[in-house]
Design a protein around this ligand. Structure first.
Ligand SMILES: Nc1nc2c(c(=O)[nH]1)N[C@H]1C(S)=C(S)[C@@H](COP(=O)(O)OP(=O)(O)OC[C@H]3O[C@@H](n4cnc5c(N)ncnc54)[C@H](O)[C@@H]3O)O[C@H]1N2
Ligand code: MOO
Length: 402
């Protein structure tokens, strides 16, 4: 059995060929930029007023001004220079006319018969946003590898872009295996279960920014499994679930090898998720995950998600690890490192981690009560109050849900 870290290293070495697409800006949200973006022009494009008020020259050296008849709303421009002793009514965002270097907000002036009088001492240069002060022409604005969030989209639009080159979503096929499985939406017959893994794994794929293709259930025969695996190779990577341990009907590893795949590892020293296998078949990574619902999802977290993120150009592929105060005592009597499901809460700026009930690899309900994994080494125990490191799977506690 290899360690989680060694398994991750092997996988990383076999993830190649991140592909790019030109995406419309809103479709690029959450993706990673695949090109350096330089500014084609300054932002702001001209010196402009930061306030609704009056623009004038600080060289006027006075506090009373005639007011020009012309008014400059945002979007218009005055070409004619403004003379000394003269002020022009200007709106926020409007270009400062020639001859002016200072703006005073409307509430800081008094109307007088000859024009306006400043209530306070003039501050030369005040309330003017200078051309290029946000972004200068030819500056590198967004570097390849940056994540696109709403603010990046806004900035790209302000630079005249409508599309952007991004790493495209990883296309991931998902194959469930096992004669005991029934399709979603049915009532399980005696001894059978609903194929929930295809859905939880597809949701994990979507959550990681990928495209999921559920290609159904392979019956427990080598031939059916091989046919379905071939179908899955149309995607960028394939996930199978079930049929990967040592049972008589565990055909997945054998099928991968029968059609020319090389198994790079089988069995990782972890609980849940031990029987994971990883192979490369026709240059495509194949992740053979266990059938137990929690084992499948945890194995996805540890191995498939980082591989997808790598393929999607993300510089950071592993979940953050946070320090939390442990709420309960916990013990690992087993001989494998245990990724214990915990519920992380944030209380007065401090993370707390409580054990999320039954830790059976089949118990999906307890995974709905958790958002973190605590790595507990074999034959060890921790007491309540200890500071522990937790792999944070999501920040659901910030979503305003109970
Ligand atoms: N003799 C041994 N038996 C087992 C070992 C072992 O080392 N020696 N390992 C155990 C571990 S650990 C796990 S995890 C499971 C994984 O086995 P498989 O990957 O072969 O999975 P299956 O046997 O096909 O199914 C296990 C379990 O999960 C349910 N399942 C399967 N597919 C789905 C699905 N698509 N949706 C929902 N639930 C699914 C299935 O009904 C079984 O209950 O093996 C242990 N055994
Ligand atoms: O390690 Mo299995 O993955 O116990 O559930």
């Amino acid at each position: 059995m290899i360690s989680i870290e060694d398994a991750q290293q092997i996988i990383q070495k076999h993830i190649t060929g991140a592909k790019t697409i030109e995406a419309s800006l809103l479709d690029s949200l959450g993706r990673v930029i695949a090109e350096d973006v330089y500014a084609p022009w300054d932002i702001p494009t001209s010196d402009n007023s930061a306030m609704d008020g009056y623009a004038f020259s600080s060289l006027s050296e006075r506090n009373e001004f005639r007011v020009a008849a012309e008014f400059i709303p945002a979007g218009s421009q005055r070409i004619a220079p403004v003379g000394l002793g003269e002020a022009v009514r200007i709106m926020t965002g409007a270009p400062v006319p020639p001859g002016c270097d200072t703006v005073v907000p409307i509430e800081d002036v008094e109307q007088i018969p000859s024009g306006i009088r400043l209530k306070n001492e003039m501050k030369p240069g005040a309330h003017i946003r200078l051309r290029g002060e946000d972004v200068e022409k030819d500056e590198l604005v967004l570097a390849k590898g940056s994540a696109i969030r709403p603010q990046e989209i806004g900035l790209l639009v302000s630079l005249g872009k409508t599309t952007i080159k991004v790493f495209r979503p990883a296309r991931v096929a998902i194959l469930a295996t096992g004669d005991e499985l029934q399709e979603a939406g049915s009532v399980p017959d005696a001894g059978r279960i609903i194929n929930s893994n295809s859905y939880s794994l597809a949701a994990q794929v979507l959550d990681a920014g990928g495209e999921a293709f559920m290609i159904g259930i392979a019956a427990d025969t080598a031939q059916a499994t091989e046919e379905k695996i071939r179908e899955g190779l149309k995607a960028d990577m394939l996930i199978t679930t079930g049929g990967v341990s040592v049972g008589d009907r565990d055909f997945v590893k054998e099928s991968i090898q029968n059609i020319g795949g090389s198994l790079l590892f089988w069995k990782v020293n972890m609980k849940p998720g031990k029987p994971v296998a990883f192979a490369v078949l026709e240059d495509k990574p194949v992740f053979a995950l266990p059938g137990n619902p929690v084992a499948a999802m945890v194995a996805f977290e540890m191995f498939v998600r980082p591989a997808m993120l790598l393929k999607q150009g993300c510089p950071r592929i592993y979940r953050p690890r946070i320090k939390a105060v442990l709420v309960n005592d916990v013990r690992n009597r087993g001989d494998r490192p245990h990724l214990v499901r915990v519920k992380v809460t944030l209380d007065h700026g401090e993370y707390h981690a409580s054990i999320a009930g039954n830790q059976s690899s089949a118990n999906l309900a307890s995974l709905t009560q958790s958002n973190g994994l605590l790595h507990l080494i074999p034959n060890s125990s921790l007491t309540a109050g200890s500071r522990v490191e937790v792999i944070l799977l999501d920040r659901e506690f910030e979503m305003g849900c109970a």
